[in-house]
Design a protein around this ligand. Structure first.
Ligand code: SF4
Ligand code: SF4
Length: 73
């Protein structure tokens, strides 16, 4: 829990996620995984309390499916 991070822990907007998996590869703490959602895949963040708010997942996402209350769109 660092108070100096510019981000709050991110959340995923499911409707925007294409299931590409880039955020899964980007997260240094391996908190993100792809799960089946109906007939497609979608990223989910688990153990969000462990998130360091590094923002790498947000940078990796090509469709802007992440948002954080600490960053404006
Ligand atoms: S902000 Fe960093 S630690 Fe948190 S889910 Fe994204 S990549 Fe992982
Ligand atoms: S990088 Fe974005 S579009 Fe790709 S799986 Fe992650 S949240 Fe979904």
């Amino acid at each position: 829990m660092g108070g100096s991070s510019p981000f709050a822990p991110p959340r995923i907007i499911p409707q925007r996620c294409s299931g590409c998996g880039r955020c899964v590869a980007a997260c240094p703490l391996k908190l993100i995984s792809l799960e089946s959602s109906g007939y497609r895949k979608q990223a989910v963040i688990s153990d969000i309390h462990r998130c360091s708010s590094c923002g790498l997942c947000m940078e990796a996402c090509p469709v802007g499916a992440f948002f954080s209350s600490g960053e404006k769109e």
